[in-house]
Design a protein around this ligand. Structure first.
Ligand SMILES: [Zn+2]
Length: 267
């Protein structure tokens, strides 16, 4: 987004990456919510994040750390190896430890959109959440531009069954913009990667899971670890969105933040 009324005097150009994964099933009628979530970070923080996650895998399974895939719902349930060999408390601690890395990462903020599916019976919750997060990521980069730092954004998603629809959607967004603003800082269509070797996508999975547990199960255990990490500007939590028709009565951090501050148009 171009700055209004202010010309940046110096520009630093480097990549910002938004890693996203989903939690909850868009088509599962037994679940109320679908969540798309993850984090944005600069290219310079990726090595540190990956190293920290590798160290955590080594602590858990020193004999074969590369076999460890941090997938939050699998860790939580403990039904599959290697998580089935851990106690319930140790598995809960593993999820918290993964999220703790996000909380300590430099230049890294969380993003998530929770869609209450019954509030939007005629919409695809995946598309709703993706459109919302594209706009929020673009807004973050637009603020950087106004501060004199020009970053290009790239969205990276887990390879899922949504690959085709999300790719097409991203092309449409790039050409036409979202409902709220043109996406001027996001340079490419999303990159889809396999989550198994990607520690960063595994971290995004944990953010989505923590947010899903809060909205779907009223369980703040994991969200509390990252609640202060969501993209925030002038007191408004822009990085967390709760899409529901019951927002006026909701006391979640996203809805409370918007009631306590004056949101920009469209939020
Ligand atoms: Zn809410």
């Amino acid at each position: 987004m171009r700055s209004v009324g202010r010309t940046p005097t110096r520009l630093h150009f480097f990549m910002y990456l938004l890693y996203l994964d989903d939690s909850g099933s868009a088509g599962n009628p037994t679940e109320s919510y679908f969540v798309l979530g993850g984090f944005s970070t600069s290219e310079f923080s990726l090595h540190w994040i990956n190293t920290q996650l590798d160290k955590l895998a080594e602590d858990l399974y020193p004999h074969d750390p590369r076999s460890v895939e941090f997938h939050a719902s699998a860790i939580f349930s403990g039904n599959v190896a290697p998580w089935s060999s851990l106690t319930k408390d140790d598995r809960r601690k593993a999820i918290k430890d993964v999220l703790g890395i996000l909380a300590k990462a430099w230049n890294t903020v969380a993003f998530a959109c929770a869609v209450h599916k019954l509030s939007f019976p005629n919409d695809d919750p995946v598309e709703l959440a993706f459109e919302d997060l594209c706009s929020r990521f673009d807004m973050q980069l637009g603020r950087h531009y106004q501060a004199g730092e020009r970053h290009r954004g790239l969205i990276i998603l887990d390879k899922t069954s949504y690959e085709t629809s999300l790719q097409q959607l991203a092309l449409t967004f790039r050409d036409a913009g979202t409902k709220w603003r043109n996406l001027r800082n996001i340079s490419e269509i999303p990159l889809f990667v396999d989550s198994r070797p990607s520690r960063t996508i595994q971290l995004a999975d944990h953010v989505a899971y923590a947010v899903f547990r809060m909205y779907e199960r009223d369980d703040l255990t994991y969200f509390k670890i990252i609640q202060d990490q969501f993209d925030t500007h002038d007191g408004t939590v822009h990085g967390l969105a709760h899409k529901t028709h019951d927002r006026p009565g909701c006391t979640c951090p996203a809805c409370m933040s918007r009631r306590l501050t004056k949101p920009p148009a469209g939020y």
